[in-house]
Design a protein around this ligand. Structure first.
Ligand SMILES: C[S@@+](CC[C@H](N)C(=O)[O-])C[C@H]1O[C@@H](n2cnc3c(N)ncnc32)[C@H](O)[C@@H]1O
Length: 246
């Protein structure tokens, strides 16, 4: 069942998955034409709250929506009073019309059904509000990292590299016909191989391997250790964001 998929790895997800670069939040403010401070934000697929905390940290009042009770438990335990927690589905938001300046999906839009979730986002946005989706894509222009991803995808039997550019095309085309802005932000995080392994175990297609997941991750870490004998690496990302106005 995909709706509570991440509940079983909630604590590790929160501890080891990457957060988002500050330029992303600058771009959101530019698109909104107002600061996040005092803005009303609905963060859909909020999970353990990695994006929710960053939005609230900029002063937004955030309504965090997710169907997963387990991930929301972590989110609640780490949130301030600026965050309201709602158990719900992005395809049928249990929220009134016209409440929000921003509806955000951090690594979560692809878990919704766009034929339902876009209409829901537009319904709960104020006029002129912004729908924003983003993902931390790995930067595959870095050859050793591209090789690692290729091996991982092959052993997990998943398609090579998810490409979220369909979201921009979908929002620009009828029936939505929105003006769409796309932003790409390159950045890196320094991470120990051990923690990188822990992050890998929270990737949906890796933990779907069940008992084999640990073995697959250990094999990958052994390959990476040859390249990074000091035990740390720079994990390369490009944060890819798509924004559209209501
Ligand atoms: C990859 S996690 C992203 C979590 C968080 N936004 C972050 O930045 O770390 C995807 C989240 O989408 C949630 N999700 C799955 N299906 C959903 C749906 N139909 N509506 C809303 N959220 C959903 C999952 O429970 C999970 O917490």
């Amino acid at each position: 069942m995909t709706r509570q998929l991440f509940d079983s790895v909630a604590a590790e997800y929160d501890a080891y998955r990457p957060d988002y670069p500050s330029q992303l939040f600058d771009a959101l403010e530019s698109a909104m034409g107002q600061p996040l401070m005092w803005s009303e934000v609905c963060d859909v697929g909020a999970g353990t709250g990695i994006a929710t905390r960053a939005l609230a940290g900029r002063g937004a009042n955030v309504t965090a929506v997710d169907p997963g009770i387990g991930v929301l438990g972590v989110l609640r335990s780490r949130s301030t009073s600026r965050v309201r927690v709602v158990v719900g589905d992005g395809n049928a938001l249990p929220l009134r019309d016209g409440l929000f300046d921003l509806v955000s999906y951090a690594q979560s839009f692809h878990w919704t059904d766009p034929s339902l979730s876009v209409a829901e986002a537009l319904r709960v946005l104020k006029p002129g509000g912004v729908l924003a989706t983003w993902w931390n894509r790995h930067d595959l222009s870095v050859p050793w990292f591209a090789d690692h991803q290729e091996r991982l995808h092959a052993v997990c039997e998943v398609p090579p590299h998810p490409d979220e550019s369909w979201v921009a095309k979908m929002l620009a085309a009828p029936p939505w016909s929105r003006h769409v802005a796309v932003v790409e932000i390159p950045w890196r995080r320094r991470i120990s191989l051990e923690d990188f392994g822990r992050a890998l175990l929270t990737v949906s297609y890796v933990f779907a391997l069940g008992d084999r997941a640990r073995e697959v991750v250990d094999a990958e870490l052994a390959q990476l250790a040859d390249l990074h004998p000091e035990g740390v690496m720079d994990e390369p990302f490009t944060t890819y964001a798509v924004m559209a106005r209501r």
